[in-house]
Design a protein around this ligand. Structure first.
Ligand code: ME8
Length: 521
């Protein structure tokens, strides 16, 4: 048994939850559930990012006090976690006292190590991204300057504390390139993101070789107050990304490193969207290294969804509401589709046509039919009682080749966050079983070879138990129903229990359909 710590980004409370939020947390949830079923101790963290100018402005626009506003919107993210079936172990809010204490402790540590100095900031800032940009990164349209993300920027000039980021950049570059498994490695995936981060730093080091302090990071603001106060200088609030990133250690108990939770740090994987890779792979490990703390092992950046081929945006009015999707298609089909349709790490398109095709073809036709056909035959031809195990013949070999390799095969894919390949591994095993049932034709064996019919049905049952077991992290409710129909006791649904067969003679309940079909749009 080992410990595993997985995190989602903490979400801005300037707006209600959308598909992007549901997606990052879903991937994290599946990995967390998988590791628990594999017998490990898991800490899965999500939460909300509640400080900064962007949230302050959203509260003003809503005519609300920022605390009351964040209380309200933060709750909608907790509700999303319930609706989506997320199994997070904690939900952190950056306005909580434990978090403010952790930020201030980290700041004090950095200051005591000489990593922070007071200066003045002058430069371009995008409130929407809560990020600073260099002049050569900007484009201009109608007299307004924009960041590469499309967010408008404004010139900011104010006193500010700086973090000595520049001096840590060569060390970060060294760590990105350490061999896999090296304890100091900062693992960035997919590979394309790692290269992107490396060349960004290399360019910075080249451009500012003469003036390395220009690579330092402004980490406080005086022009607004909605944030964590800087210890010893309350005219300043901390830069919202320093505040936000710290959440990952707050929840692990920081600054109390004797806390029970601290055993989980460093995190195994920070799940993030591709737009926030820089913050997690440059700023965050640099803050931690400077404070003498270990950094996370791996950062995985997923891609962005478009909606029926179009960029998702509030102004286009095509934001996908995860709650409405769940309402229409049911939770588990939505969970399945989101991780199955698009290779995790790449951009992908959401369309109702693709959703219906996936759900009909793979869940209703392949998996659902296999279960229904097998379990109906056991009802009809075996009196609803599970037949005994029997030796595997050559004809059974192909079926079991995929079944026996299933847990290890899926786990290897999940350890790379290749959710789509993990599901492809299961689906290819299910297709194997569908081929097996067609060739073996147990319905015909009833008249010709009752003994073989029993063996075939038993083998199919064994195979389906394995499929349902490994699919639990993806579709918890439906797979619980499938395991009920297969007569698998509730305490025998982890991976280790696959070695313990369901006893022959177990009475199985009458089967009921697990999945429904949808009109292809
Ligand atoms: O960035 N498809 O919060 P956030 C997929 N508070 N993912 C999408 C998406 C889309 N169309 N749109 C957004 C923040 N996302 C910070 C994080 S962590 C210390 C602080 C993803 O609410 C996006 O990539 O703006 C990001 O990972 C996540 O939604 C949260 O975004």
């Amino acid at each position: 048994m080992s410990t595993h710590y997985y995190t989602t980004p903490i979400y801005y409370v300037n707006d209600k939850p959308h598909i992007g939020h549901a997606y990052t947390s879903l991937a994290t949830d599946v990995l967390a559930r998988w590791k628990r079923l594999a017998g490990h101790e898991v800490f899965f963290l999500t939460g909300t990012d509640e400080h900064g100018q962007k949230v302050e402005k959203a509260a003003q626009d809503a005519g609300m006090d920022p605390q009351a506003f964040t209380d309200q919107v933060s709750q909608s993210f907790r509700d999303l976690a319930v609706t989506m079936g997320f199994s997070n172990d904690d939900f952190i809010r950056t306005t909580e006292p434990r978090h403010k204490a952790a930020c201030q402790a980290l700041w004090t540590e950095l200051a005591s190590r000489g990593e922070i100095y007071l200066g003045a900031y002058e430069g371009w800032y995008a409130v929407r991204d809560e990020a600073f940009y260099g002049p050569d990164e900007l484009t201009e349209r109608d007299g307004v300057k924009y960041a590469p993300s499309g967010a408008p920027v404004a010139w900011v000039k104010e006193p500010s504390y700086f973090f000595r980021l520049g001096k840590w950049l060569p060390e970060l570059l060294r760590r990105y390139d350490l061999p896999e498994g090296h304890p100091e490695r900062i693992d960035i995936a997919p590979e394309s993101r790692r290269n992107e981060v490396k060349s960004f730093i290399q360019q910075g080091l080249k451009d500012f070789a003469e003036t390395p302090q220009k690579l330092d990071l402004s980490i406080s603001r005086t022009s607004f107050t909605w944030g964590v106060k800087v210890p010893g200088d309350e005219a300043h609030v901390m830069y919202v990304w320093l505040d936000a990133l710290t959440n990952y250690i707050t929840a692990a108990g920081y600054p109390d490193v004797s806390a029970e939770r601290w055993k989980f740090w460093p995190a195994d994987v920070h799940f993030v969207g591709k737009d926030i890779v820089r913050f997690h792979t440059i700023y965050w490990p640099a803050f931690l290294l400077a404070a003498g703390l270990p950094h996370a092992r791996r950062v995985f950046a997923h891609g962005w969804w478009t909606n029926e081929g179009q960029k998702i945006s509030k102004s286009l009015g095509n934001v996908i509401d995860p709650l409405a999707l769940v309402e229409e298609y049911g939770l588990d089909p939505v969970r399945y589709f989101l991780l199955r349709e698009v290779p995790f790490g790449q951009d992908g398109d959401f369309s109702k046509g693709a959703l219906a095709r996936r759900l009909n073809g793979e869940l209703a036709d392949a998996l659902g039919n296999l279960a229904n056909r097998t379990l109906s035959l056991i009802q009809r031809n075996c009196g609803g009682v599970l037949p005994a195990e029997a030796a595997r013949t050559e004809a059974d070999a192909a079926l079991f080749a995929s079944v026996d390799a299933l847990v290890a095969g899926v786990e290897a894919q999940l350890d790379q966050q290749a959710f789509h390949l993990a599901l492809e591994t299961v689906m290819s095993a299910v297709r194997e079983a569908n081929g097996y049932i067609t060739v073996q034709a147990p319905w015909a064996l009833k008249k010709t070879d009752l003994e073989r019919m029993n063996v075939v049905l038993r083998h199919l049952h064994t195979a389906m138990r394995a499929y349902a077991t490994v699919l639990q992290p993806f579709m918890p409710t439906t797979m619980a129903a499938m395991l009920d129909q297969l007569g698998v006791p509730a305490d025998q649904r982890d991976f280790a229990s696959l070695a313990t067969p369901v006893p022959a003679g177990t009475a199985l309940p009458p089967p009921a359909p697990l999945f429904r079909k949808f009109e292809a749009a």
